[in-house]
Design a protein around this ligand. Structure first.
Ligand SMILES: Cc1ncc(COP(=O)(O)O)c(C=O)c1O
Length: 390
C-alpha cells in the first residue's frame, strides 16, 4: 500500500457539510457522521500537488479548458471504461445535480412525465418536482437482498405518450447495483421503442468492486448514445466535491447546442481554475490511488458484513457491486421510522442516511458511508451494537 487510508483527518471546523452540521441537523454534537457521500480521506497527492502549484503561481483568473483537459477525460473513459468518445461530445456543469436539473428543464415541458427508479438519490425527486414535471416512480424489485429493474412496469410507464424522460442511476445509489449489459440493453431498447430519452447519471462509475464492470449506457450503441446524455465527475471518484466540476457527455449535436446555450445564458460555461487542475491531475494520475482506495473500502465492507453477521444478524446487508455506500435493511427489527431514527441518533449516536429520504420503499433502511478510515467504521458499528444489545 502506497497510501495511508487509516490516517484520521480532523474535518470539523472546515465548513464540512458532513461534519460541521451534526448538531444543527441531528441535535447532538456527539453524533458520528457517516452519511453524505463524500469521503474522510485526503484527495490523491497528485491532485493536491497540482493545486498547490497552481496556487503558487498566484494569479487565479478566468479559466478556459485547454486540449489537455479534454485529453484527460477521454483518456480516463477509454482506459477505465473502454469507452471512446468524441471530444466535441464533452461539455460541463459545476455539479451533476445542476446538470440534471438543467436537462430536465431543457428536454421536457412542464407537466411531462419523468421516470425515476426508487429508492434513489433524493435530488432525483427534486429535479423533477421542482421543475414542475410529473414524477413517475418505477420501484426497483427486491428479492433475496438483490435489487433488479421492473421491466414490465417500466414498459407500461414508457408507453404513456406523456412520458418523455427517464433518469437512470448507473451504478445505482443507494442500492449499489452496477447495471449489467443485458439490463441496460433491455432498458435502452424500451426507451427507443417508446420515444423516452435517458439521462444516465454515472457519477459512481469509477467505484466498482472486483467481479463487476461498469458499462456506460451510451457506449452500448450509436442509437443509445444519441438517445441519452451521460453525467460523470472526478469529484465523487477522487473526493473533490468541494471543487465543483463535472462532465456532461452529449452525442446529439442539436441537444448539445441547446445545453451549451443554456450554460452560456447562465454564465456557467467557464471552468473553475481548481476544477481544471483537479480534472487533469485526477484523470491522468489517479489510477493507482483509486485502485488502492477501492481495495481499502472493499475491506471496510467486508468488516461491516462480518460484524453485522456476527453481532446484528437481524440487519440484512444489501451487498453493493459498486459505490462506497452500503444499504442496510433494518425491517426485521420491526421499528417504525420514528423509532429507527431514535435508534440511530439518540441511542447509537451515529448519523447514517435515513432510507426514507430515498423514497417510500426506502423506509426501514439506512445507508452507511464506507469511505472512512477503519477506526471510524469500527466506532460507528460498535455504537450501533451497544444500542441494539441491552
Ligand atoms: C447519483 C448521484 N448523482 C449526483 C451526485 C452529486 O453530484 P454533484 O455533487 O456533482 O452535484 C451524487 C452524490 O452523492 C450522487 O450519488
Amino acid at each position: 500500500m502506497n497510501y495511508n487510508f487509516d490516517q484520521m483527518i480532523e474535518r470539523r471546523n472546515t465548513a464540512s457539510y458532513k461534519w460541521d452540521q451534526v448538531e444543527r441537523l441531528f441535535g447532538d454534537p456527539a453524533i458520528l457522521p457517516m452519511w453524505v457521500a463524500d469521503m474522510d480521506f485526503a484527495a490523491p497527492p497528485s491532485v493536491l500537488e497540482a493545486i498547490k502549484k497552481r496556487v503558487d503561481h498566484g494569479v487565479l483568473g478566468y479559466t478556459i479548458r485547454p486540449q489537455s483537459y479534454y485529453d484527460a477525460i477521454m483518456g480516463w473513459l477509454k482506459r477505465r471504461h473502454d469507452w471512446k468518445i468524441e471530444q466535441e461530445w464533452i461539455t460541463t456543469s459545476p455539479g451533476v445535480v445542476t446538470a440534471l436539473s438543467m436537462l430536465v428543464d431543457l428536454l421536457t415541458q412542464p407537466g411531462d412525465k419523468v421516470i425515476i427508479q426508487t429508492p434513489v438519490y433524493p435530488p432525483f425527486y427534486d429535479v423533477v418536482n421542482k421543475n414542475n414535471r410529473t414524477l413517475i416512480q418505477n420501484p426497483l424489485l427486491l428479492e433475496d437482498r438483490y435489487y433488479s429493474m421492473d421491466f414490465a412496469a417500466l414498459e407500461e410507464q414508457m408507453m404513456d405518450p406523456e412520458t418523455k424522460l427517464m433518469l437512470l442511476c448507473n451504478p445505482h445509489n443507494p442500492v449499489g447495483r452496477v447495471w449489467r449489459r443485458e439490463e441496460l440493453i433491455q432498458l435502452g431498447d424500451l426507451a427507443l421503442k417508446h420515444g423516452v430519452f435517458i439521462i444516465s447519471d454515472e457519477i459512481h462509475c469509477d467505484w466498482i468492486y472486483p467481479g463487476y464492470q461498469h458499462i456506460p449506457f451510451a457506449s452500448l450503441s450509436e442509437e443509445f448514445a444519441l438517445n441519452s446524455i451521460t453525467c460523470i465527475a472526478p469529484t465523487k471518484t477522487f473526493n473533490l466535491a468541494g471543487i465543483q466540476t463535472s462532465t456532461v457527455i452529449i452525442a446529439d449535436p442539436s441537444r448539445r447546442k441547446e445545453y451549451n446555450d443554456r450554460l452560456s445564458t447562465l454564465s456557467l460555461h467557464l471552468e473553475s481554475c481548481f476544477g481544471l487542475i483537479a480534472v487533469e491531475a485526477a484523470f491522468n494520475e489517479g489510477d493507482e490511488w483509486l485502485d488502492e482506495l477501492i481495495e481499502y473500502v472493499r475491506s471496510n465492507l467486508e468488516y461491516l458484513t462480518d460484524f453485522i453477521g456476527q453481532y446484528l444478524p437481524k440487519i440484512d446487508v444489501i451487498k453493493p457491486e459498486g459505490t462506497y455506500l452500503v444499504w442496510l435493511d433494518f425491517r426485521k427489527l420491526g421499528l417504525n421510522s420514528t423509532q429507527l431514527k431514535e435508534l440511530m441518533y439518540q441511542q447509537a449516536k451515529v448519523a447514517f442516511n435515513e432510507g426514507s429520504s430515498f423514497g417510500k420503499n426506502g423506509e426501514g433502511f439506512l445507508r452507511v458511508n464506507l469511505a472512512c478510515p477503519r477506526a471510524i467504521l469500527i466506532e460507528g458499528l460498535d455504537r450501533l451494537k451497544k444500542a441494539l444489545t441491552p
